[in-house]
Design a protein around this ligand. Structure first.
Ligand SMILES: NC(=O)c1ccc[n+]([C@@H]2O[C@H](COP(=O)([O-])OP(=O)(O)OC[C@H]3O[C@@H](n4cnc5c(N)ncnc54)[C@H](O)[C@@H]3O)[C@@H](O)[C@H]2O)c1
Length: 363
């Protein structure tokens, strides 16, 4: 990808605004992409990552910001979709001055974009960004923030999985089922707890051995597969991809024995068309952005002054949302991934158009 010329207007033809931010003294090179503000200010995290090229960074921020519009819409939030990337290795480049410079650029957008954590950024970084900027969420608990968003992400994935189980087996429970979890990091670990508590047998895998050990310390009954390839080839009722994107390749779908796929990872479908392959093989796919919106719900709640109970209550709605997606898919005769897009687009259109009713306060 890195040697390809990227036309930002072509690739971002659906996007409202893309902002390039440069501060040579701190080494800050950031791109903020606002996909849609149809439902409210764009919200999405800041990914701090050593992209091989600016073209790669542009591609990533455009894809990610679009995904956030759909996620926020389907989750019923009054938020649009945006995302930011900072180009560079966070281990060597991140500094207070860089984060504050970034904060000033986000501030300059006047609230059209709210930032949060993502790969390479943490709640403490958001505290630094917030020293220059009012439009920050995902801050530390000490600063009134929501803290670790993986708690409600895992909870939401579990709720989505229960809705899928109801469709597949008639009861909203994973009791007695075998669930494979690929990636037991922040989200996967919490998900394992929900699964065990509900009575499932759990098989995990992770490339990072300490993450596996941590799960085994807590739940000795969990079994371990040597690799993701080994996990997907074992007999499973449910497969939960909780590591990186692109988990559902043609090869994986071909060997998968699971009846349900439901996990936390973003962008699980390796390419368009995989959703049809899953359907043809009788696999019920719970769309990633439908079931993994618990973290977004958690940080969005912070904008009202964080209440964990209120956020958890809202995240429990992922059960009904997932059920609605499956219902629409059955009614329209389309894969659930297509149904989720239709529901998200419908809300952006129907609620977004209300801004056309003029109010004297300019809202
Ligand atoms: N944290 C959240 O609130 C949140 C919200 C929405 C979506 N997600 C998505 O969920 C996924 C997991 O997020 P996380 O916060 O738990 O990240 P994490 O980095 O804490 O955990 C990911 C785990 O996957 C493991 N892993 C990486 N490559 C692997 C491979 N090839 N095979 C097996 N394991 C592998 C890593 O070692 C790590 O333990 C990501 O795709 C993330 O984008 C997270």
């Amino acid at each position: 990808m890195s040697d390809v010329t990227v036309d930002v207007f072509e690739l971002g033809s659906e996007h409202e605004q893309v902002v390039f931010c440069n501060d040579a003294a701190t080494g800050l090179k950031a791109i903020v992409a606002i996909h849609s503000t149809a439902l409210g200010p764009a919200l999405g995290g800041t990914r701090f990552y050593p992209y091989a090229s600016t073209a790669d960074a542009i591609q990533d921020v455009l894809n990610l910001s679009r995904g956030m519009s759909y996620k926020a819409s389907l989750a019923g939030l009054d938020l649009g979709g945006g995302k930011a990337v900072i180009i560079g290795d966070p281990a060597t480049l991140k500094s207070e001055a860089l984060l504050r410079a970034y904060g000033r650029f986000v501030q300059s957008l006047g609230g059209r974009y709210y930032t949060a954590c993502d790969v390479g950024t943490f709640s403490a970084d958001m505290d630094d960004v917030a020293r220059e900027c009012s439009y920050v969420t995902g801050r530390t608990v000490a600063h009134g923030g929501a803290g670790d968003s993986s708690v409600l992400t895992a909870y939401g994935v579990f709720e989505g999985m229960r809705a899928a189980a109801e469709v597949a087996w008639g009861a909203p429970s994973v009791a007695g089922r075998v669930v494979g979890v690929a990636g037991v990091g922040k989200v996967g670990r919490h998900l394992v707890r929900h699964l065990i508590e509900d009575g499932a047998s759990v098989v995990v895998t992770d490339v990072h051995r300490p993450s596996v050990e941590r799960v085994l310390d807590e739940f000795p009954q969990v079994t371990v597969a040597g690799s993701t390839e080994e996990l997907v080839a074992t007999p499973l009722d449910i497969y939960a991809p909780c590591a990186l994107g692109g988990a559902l390749t043609d090869e994986v779908v071909e060997v998968l024995s699971a009846r349900i796929v439901c996990g936390a990872a973003n962008n699980q479908l390796a390419h368009p068309g995989v959703e049809k392959m899953l359907e043809e093989r009788g696999v019920l796919y719970a769309p990633d952005y439908c079931v993994n919106s618990g973290g977004l719900i958690q940080v969005a709640d912070e904008l009202e002054g964080f209440s964990f109970d209120r956020a958890q209550q809202r995240a429990s709605g992922i059960f009904d949302t997932t059920r609605n997606v499956f219902e629409l898919a059955a009614r329209d005769g389309v894969p659930p991934a297509v149904a989720a897009d239709r529901l998200a687009e419908r809300r952006m259109r129907d609620v977004g158009r209300l801004r056309g009713i003029w109010l004297s306060n300019g809202a």
